[in-house]
Design a protein around this ligand. Structure first.
Ligand code: SF4
Ligand code: FES
Length: 213
């Protein structure tokens, strides 16, 4: 992890460049806090209210930005009340849950994972889908589903060797426009980019010769 830590008067911002997928929510939403295209320090925690800076972390889909109040009263690392994975049009899978990846608890409840197969930082998205011209709907058809008894709790993501992402835990699958298209306690999600049944794996990774740890 290459984490930058900037402590302000009321809040501390942590930035992990290896997680950033350049969605630019930070620099577009609050350029006074996250100043784009400057040499030297670009993160300024005191340039907005503590509430605003806390909110900036919640709008960072990758978990690259994390914010905590210096008095310990709040942190953006609090897991959500409803676990979700959002299907990004032509882009990654954006999870929000109490996450473990390969059994390792994650500091942030937000993570964007590669689903085009091209990331050099698998299982995380590194933005490679754009240069690769990856096309995949963010609006998959809804499956038949039943309500989950519990909507939060731990979610473990176990990348399968040369195959899908096995996801276990209570999880709502949500389209880019916010439609819930499935509710699962276990799923195999495509990460090779080749499935004809995205976001789910259909076994196409084998014929495609997909290789990943
Ligand atoms: S992923 Fe987070 S840190 Fe990176 S550009 Fe988007 S909002 Fe900013
Ligand atoms: S991982 Fe893409 S089809 Fe299985």
């Amino acid at each position: 992890m290459t984490e930058e830590v900037v402590k302000g008067r009321d809040v501390t911002i942590r930035f992990d460049a290896s997680r950033c997928v350049h969605s630019r929510n930070c620099v577009l939403g609050h350029p006074e806090v996250y100043v784009p295209n400057v040499k030297g320090e670009w993160i300024h925690p005191d340039a907005a209210s503590a509430e605003t800076v806390m909110h900036t972390a919640l709008s960072c889909p990758s978990g690259a930005i994390r914010v905590s109040r210096n008095d310990g009263s709040a942190t953006s690392d609090t897991p959500p009340v409803v676990n979700t994975v959002r299907i990004r049009e032509n882009g990654p899978l954006a999870f929000e849950a109490e996450l473990s990846i390969r059994g390792e608890a994650q500091a942030s409840p937000r993570a964007t994972l590669c689903r085009c197969g091209q990331s050099k930082n698998k299982p995380f998205c590194d933005g490679a889908h754009a240069a690769a011209g990856f096309t995949a709907s963010g609006e998959p058809a809804a499956k038949e589903f039943t309500a989950l008894e519990v909507r939060n709790g731990p979610v473990n993501i176990q990348p399968q060797p040369n195959g899908s992402l096995m996801v276990t835990g209570n999880l709502e699958v949500v389209s880019g426009t916010g439609r819930t298209v499935n509710k699962v306690t276990k799923a195999f999600l495509c990460r090779c980019g080749q499935s004809q049944n995205k976001p789910y794996c259909d076994g196409s990774h084998k014929a495609a010769g997909f290789q990943a740890d």
